[in-house]
Design a binder for this molecule. Structure first.
Ligand SMILES: [Zn+2]
Ligand SMILES: [Zn+2]
Length: 374
């Protein structure tokens, strides 16, 4: 079969590899669609894992072979897959921190080599411990929708970490596919969402997805200088007066919350400046949730008294929550969260490299990119 094999940093090659053979408790799935996910892009760009591997973990397809002991599945079933499933029994699982469970950290889907998802190949082998993560796709829904269950789950999991009340004011910084899902899910929960992004096209969609206010972010530094707020240098003395620069966002948050501040902020862009700004706009007792800071080794200064005295929580969320699977399937398959709008580009398997490139450097009109073998 054909597969796109990772051979090191930025080195993906289309190769012929054996169709995986399966054991009695396993399934063989013919891949239809696989989403291109930022976590895979990171691994491919920085070469963080030893090659060879076949990546791709947002997979939907058709069961073509059922092991003799995987009785509850049938050949021909259209399914969405989860490559990680927690054990539900260990210390981490009892604390509901599934992403820290050692079984969860094992990848249970492979197209060959060290298991890495395998969705950028024609067939994948689904191992027994991830079978609870196999979700049937209803007849009226597409493989594209099935492939979006995993990313939607990661977003719903993060939303559930926020102790919000209806009509709370929440900032979602970054309106890529993930940010837009946050906007939609928060709006569905009755939150008042402020959406920011650098791209106008994404702000338009953010409105459609339920954002009440959208603001175009200016630059990574984020500050908009309105002319009247900048004081001229005092003549003659050569001394600089401190310019009072207030961002558009700051003004809006102040007005909407009667000066209280944001109830929560979701950071769906890997920018430290955005975190800093969001943290300063948060009310005491609010949360800043990091979703895109997945690269290790980078540090940033935080005034720890804002955490201790002001009780502003700095929290993160990573990966999916197995127990939300049903809720996520209902959201996507009912189209309450219509993921079709988010998928802007489909590439054939041979062009997986181009798909990864586009997803890594989105254009004005690109959102979710998928590899489509249908
Ligand atoms: Zn993903
Ligand atoms: Zn566990």
């Amino acid at each position: 079969m054909s597969a796109v094999v990772y051979h090191g940093a930025n080195d993906l090659r289309l190769e012929t590899v054996p169709v995986p053979s399966i054991r009695p408790h396993e399934l063989l799935v013919k891949v239809a669609v696989c989403g291109v996910c930022p976590t895979d892009i990171k691994k491919i760009h920085y070469g963080t894992l030893p090659p060879p591997r076949i990546f791709g973990h947002e997979t939907a397809g058709t069961i073509v072979r059922v092991g003799s002991k995987a009785l509850r599945f049938k050949v021909g079933q259209r399914v969405a897959l989860h490559h990680h499933v927690p054990c539900l029994e260990c210390h981490a699982c009892r604390h509901h921190t599934f992403a820290q469970c050692s079984q969860y950290k094992r990848t249970g889907i492979t197209a060959g080599f060290e298991p890495a998802g395998g969705g950028y190949a024609e067939y994948v082998r689904v191992m027994p411990f991830v079978l609870p993560g196999v979700v049937p796709i209803p007849e009226r829904n597409s493989f594209l929708e099935g492939a979006m269950l995993e990313p939607v789950n990661t977003v719903l999991k993060a939303v559930e970490r926020l102790p919000l009340l209806r009509e709370d004011t929440v900032l979602v910084a970054g309106q890529g596919p993930i940010g837009l899902m946050f906007t939609r899910l928060l709006a569905l929960k009755g939150m008042r969402v402020i959406a920011t992004d650098l791209l106008e096209t994404r702000l338009h969609l953010a409105r459609e997805f339920g954002a009440e206010w959208v603001i175009k972010a200016q630059s990574p530094k984020g500050k908009v200088q309105s002319p009247e707020s900048i004081q001229p240098e005092s003549a003659g003395t050569g001394q600089r007066t401190t310019a009072k620069v207030q961002s558009q966002l700051e003004v809006l948050v102040g007005r909407l919350t009667q000066g209280r501040g944001l109830d929560a902020a979701v950071i769906a862009v890997p920018s430290d400046e955005v975190v800093e700004q969001a943290q300063s706009l948060l009310r005491g007792g609010g949360q800043v949730l990091l979703f895109s800071h997945t690269r290790r080794g980078e540090t940033t200064a935080v005034d720890l008294a804002t955490v201790c005295v002001d009780e502003k929580d700095l929290i993160g969320s990573y990966s999916a929550d197995f127990l939300l699977q049903k809720q996520v399937a209902a959201l996507v398959f009912s189209r309450k969260l219509d993921v079709k709008t988010l998928i802007t580009h489909r590439f054939p398997l041979e062009q997986t490299g181009a798909a990864v490139k586009l997803a890594a450097r989105p254009s004005e009109n690109s959102l979710k990119v998928v590899v489509d073998q249908t």
